[in-house]
Design a protein around this ligand. Structure first.
Ligand code: ZN
Length: 108
């Protein structure tokens, strides 16, 4: 074990003397950057794509078919999708309902 450690340390020292300490520092820095940035980038891309999909996806009020925001009219029945925003209406209604429920619980 000790001999192998000594040999490894010697090899490391040799490499440092050959390539220089800055090279190793930059290499480690780059590796750390890649290790930290790649998952972050993937996460960001996923978030952006998810948000764009969420905003693009529209559901028809008349027939209920889900359509991407490429067409302004429903694929199934042909109704206009610009005026209908069921998701935003739900998000507006739900918080008010929840706040009323919370107030009722506090009184009890
Ligand atoms: Zn429709």
């Amino acid at each position: 074990m000790n001999k192998s450690l000594v040999t490894y340390s010697l090899i490391f020292l040799m490499l440092i003397t050959l390539f220089g300490f800055n090279f190793f520092l930059s290499l480690i820095g780059n590796l750390l950057l890649i290790v930290f940035l790649v998952p972050l980038l993937i996460f960001l891309i996923l978030l952006i794509s998810f948000n764009s999909l969420k905003s693009k996806v529209k559901s028809c009020n008349q027939c209920g078919t889900i359509a991407l925001g490429i067409n302004n009219t429903c694929i199934n029945c042909g109704a206009d999708l610009d005026d209908i925003n069921p998701k935003s209406d739900d998000s507006l209604k739900k918080p008010s309902e929840t706040t009323i429920e919370v107030k009722a619980e506090e009184i009890k």
